[in-house]
Every structure is written in structure tokens, then in C-alpha cells.
Write a protein that binds this ligand. Structure first.
Ligand code: GLU
Length: 451
């Protein structure tokens, strides 16, 4: 006779809060999922008795370690590094590494939790993990970044492996940092395997990995608009961020006939009423990625644009919005403003950019709203394809990969419809993504018993 009491959603969340004090981002991510999963589990005794959600919301392990490095002035610097291995029920842990001063254990636990559902949605065999450090790459020399990456990998290498845990990039970690980390991994282990993704094309990387997250978010947006018989032609788009995800989302919107009005960084946003075309996007890519400049300088290059210091772009009227910067950058009030201004669709390029208030606002307004775990899964999906190519020791052609990315995004969209169709033409994509991702991981966990 099972002794497990069925707690309700509130009771469950009380427990999560108690066990994870001072971890608001993690609690927020669990709450967003639990709201949908409790309803879904109502008549599914096994998920309850086997404590499946409780187990997914308790990372398999959190490794925390010291990272020391020497700056250019000869000072010894000490940072904290982490790898959160959340769940490997359906494949090796997989997820990016973030270097940003806002990184805490809470942030990485929320990201690893989200990643578990996202990776399941791609249909590829990948579990969920995330790592990173509170190291701030801004203002550091390339040699300082190299020394930091090497020191970080000198601990991380013992926890990862092509069939164990495969990290990749995220905020503050791009191709250059992956290169430094892969170099150090190879030096320590003497092992050339697909242990990291987002690698350079010459050493095992995959075509279209760089573009995949931003392009994928726009493919997902197109899928959503198609349910209303619409497309992006002639639509205005507001985008936040100006990094890899934002610039590639902008690029795909422009290719599909839309007009991009804004981009942003931590200093504020730029509004270009003429539209940010491919030439301007290329300028932003060079300026932000290679010169590490501020978005503010856009208005010097393109004087018709305006810069709005310290603000987010959600007040600019638009047809579609793509938050592509970071977590909790779109709050309840912003969501209300977007809806009031007639925004019809929101596709998240970042992870959890909308806070719980904002999510509830979009749901209540019944607009087309895709959570990051569905709409930004294109990046990790192509990482999964990079893993397959590495195992095969082959490189697939660009056209093949482009088609696979489109198919994966449509597949995720279909899964969201399957579990999120509320009737009357409204699809709750949050619910659809949460249930579809949960079900796959949960059923694998049931097969393994209590482990
Ligand atoms: N950091 C990306 C994400 O949030 C990509 C992870 C990966 O490629 O493993 O999904």
C-alpha cells in the first residue's frame, strides 16, 4: 500500500520553495511547469505515486567548483563555476555554459530544468543540463578569457563526456570560448570526441549551429501565424537583445518579408523606424560580437534611429515580439502593453524572458505565445545534430541541416498543438510544451524504476 499523499499544486510548490531557499528563478521555472503538469497528472496515478515531477525538479547533481585565474596585471582572481546535471532519462545531459555576472546556482538550476523539457521536445535523445560561472567576460582581454576557459575546463573535464554530458555555448560563451575549452579538454584527456557542441567547422562543428536558435524561433513563429492563415510578410517585429540569437532572429524575419524595429542590450534599446535590414544587422553583428561595442552606437551609424537608455523595447507598437536577451526581461506590465498595442504573437528566443505575470497575461489574452523551451529549441536541436555528425565522423550538407531544423521546429509545434489545443482556435503553447516535454521524460523514468 503506497503511503504517498497526493499533495496539491500549492503544497508541492511550498515544498519546492522550502528546499530551494533564495533560488527565485528556479522556483519560478518549476512553478510555470507545475501549473500545467498538475492538471495533466490528475488522473495519472503512476506519475503521482512515483513522484515524477518531484524527481525532475531535484537535479541529479549540482557540481560547484572554484575557478582561479591570473589577469593581465598579475592579480589572482577567484570565480565560482557550476555544472548542473538535471536529468538524463532520455540521453546524455546537454545544455550550454553561461558566463555572466548574474549567474548563480538558482539561475543555472532553472536553466537546466527548462533544458530538460526543451531537449525532450526536440525529439532527439538529449537530457538536460546547464553550467557556467559568474565570470564577466566584458572588458577582459582575449588572453584573460583563454586563461579563464582553461581553468574552468581543468575542473569541468572530469564531469563531462560525449556520452555523459555535452556542454555548449550560451550568454557570454560563443565559438571562441568553446575553442579554448575544447583545446584544454583535448590537452588534458588526449581525447578528440564530440564532448562540446558549437565547435568550429574545421574541428567537428556543424553548419547552421550559429544561426539555429534565432532562425528556429522565427520558424516557430511562422508555424504559429500559419494556424491563423497568416505569415510574416509586411509584419513589424520588436526584438530585444543584440547577440547571436537576436541578430539571427532579425535576419530570418527580414528574409521572410518582415520589418525589424528594435534591438537592445543591457544599456537600453534602439528603435529604427526604417527597419533594421540585412546591412544594418551585419553592422550590429560586427559591432557587438567582434568589437564588443554597445548598441547605443547604432544611432551614430544610422542617425534616423533613436536610443532609449535603460529601457526595454516592449512599448514600441508591433505585430510580433521576440524577447531574445535574458530571463525576466519582459514583465507583466510589458505584456499588457504589448497586448494593448495589438501584438499578435510572441516567440521567445531567450530562456524564460517573460515573468509569471507576463505569462498569465499572454495566456489570458489568448494571443499566440510560445515559451522559450519550445521556440528557442532550434539551437540545442542543431547541437544534437552536431553530436550525431561527430559520432558518425561526417559533416552533413547545409541544405540537409536547414531542412532538419525546419522539420524539428514544426515537430515541436505539432507537439504543442497535441497537448495545448484548448478548442475555439486557441492553442496554449505553454501547456502544450510542458506536457509534451514532461510526458517523454516521465515515461522514460517510469521504465527505470526508482533510481
Ligand atoms: N544554450 C542553448 C540553450 O539554451 C543551447 C544549448 C546547447 O546547444 O546545448 O538551449
Amino acid at each position: 500500500m503506497a503511503v504517498t499523499d497526493h499533495v496539491d499544486l500549492n503544497g508541492f510548490m511550498e515544498g519546492v520553495k522550502k528546499r530551494n531557499p533564495h533560488q527565485p528563478e528556479f522556483v519560478q521555472a518549476v512553478q510555470e511547469v507545475a501549473e500545467d503538469i498538475f492538471e495533466f497528472m490528475e488522473d495519472k496515478e503512476e506519475y503521482h505515486s512515483q513522484q515524477i515531477l518531484r524527481r525532475i525538479a531535484e537535479p541529479d547533481r549540482v557540481v560547484s567548483f572554484r575557478v582561479c585565474w591570473e589577469d593581465d596585471a598579475g592579480n589572482i582572481r577567484v570565480q565560482r563555476g557550476w555544472r548542473v546535471q538535471n536529468n538524463n532519462a532520455i540521453g546524455p545531459y546537454k545544455g550550454g555554459i553561461r558566463f555572466h555576472p548574474s549567474v548563480t546556482e538558482s539561475v543555472l538550476k532553472f536553466l537546466a530544468f527548462e533544458q530538460t523539457f526543451k531537449n525532450a521536445l526536440t525529439g532527439l535523445p538529449m537530457g538536460g543540463g546547464k553550467g557556467g560561472s559568474n565570470f564577466n567576460p566584458k572588458g577582459k582581454s582575449v588572453r584573460e578569457i583563454m586563461r579563464f576557459c582553461q581553468s574552468f575546463m581543468t575542473e569541468l573535464y572530469r564531469h563531462i563526456g560525449a556520452d555523459i554530458d555535452v556542454p555548449a555555448g550560451d550568454i557570454g560563451v560563443g565559438g571562441r570560448e568553446i575553442g579554448f575549452m575544447f583545446g584544454q579538454y583535448k590537452r588534458i584527456t588526449n581525447n578528440f570526441t564530440g564532448v562540446l557542441t558549437g565547435k568550429g567547422l574545421e574541428w567537428g562543428g556543424s553548419l547552421i549551429r550559429t544561426e539555429a536558435t534565432g532562425y528556429g524561433a522565427v520558424y516557430f513563429l511562422e508555424n504559429m501565424l500559419a494556424t491563423k492563415g497568416e505569415n510574416l510578410e509586411g509584419k513589424t517585429a520588436v526584438i530585444s537583445g543584440s547577440g547571436n540569437v537576436a541578430t539571427h532572429a532579425a535576419e530570418k524575419i527580414v528574409q521572410l518579408g518582415g520589418k525589424v524595429l528594435t534591438l537592445s542590450d543591457s544599456g537600453g534599446f534602439i528603435h529604427d523606424p526604417d527597419g533594421i535590414d540585412q546591412e544594418k544587422i551585419d553592422w550590429v553583428k560586427t559591432h557587438k560580437t567582434h568589437r564588443r561595442g554597445r548598441i547605443e552606437e547604432y544611432v551614430e551609424a544610422f542617425p534616423k534611429a533613436t536610443f532609449h537608455a535603460g529601457k526595454t523595447p516592449w512599448g514600441v507598437p508591433c505585430d510580433v515580439a521576440l524577447p531574445c536577451a535574458t530571463q525576466n526581461e519582459l514583465l507583466g506590465e510589458d505584456a499588457k502593453t504589448l497586448v494593448a498595442n495589438g501584438c499578435r504573437a510572441v516567440s521567445e528566443g531567450a530562456n524564460m524572458p517573460t515573468d509569471l505575470d507576463g505569462v498569465h497575461t499572454f495566456k489570458a489574452a489568448k494571443i499566440l505565445y510560445a515559451p522559450g523551451k519550445a521556440s528557442n529549441a532550434g539551437g540545442v536541436a542543431v547541437s544534437g545534430l552536431e553530436m550525431s555528425q561527430n559520432s558518425e565522423r561526417r559533416s552533413w550538407k547545409e541544405e540537409e541541416l536547414q531542412q532538419m531544423l525546419k522539420d524539428i521546429m514544426s515537430g515541436i509545434h505539432n507537439s504543442c498543438i497535441r497537448y495545448g489545443d484548448q478548442g475555439g482556435g486557441y492553442i496554449d503553447y505553454v501547456k502544450g510544451a510542458n506536457i509534451a516535454g514532461f510526458k517523454k521524460v516521465a515515461d522514460a523514468m517510469l521504465a527505470f524504476g526508482v533510481v
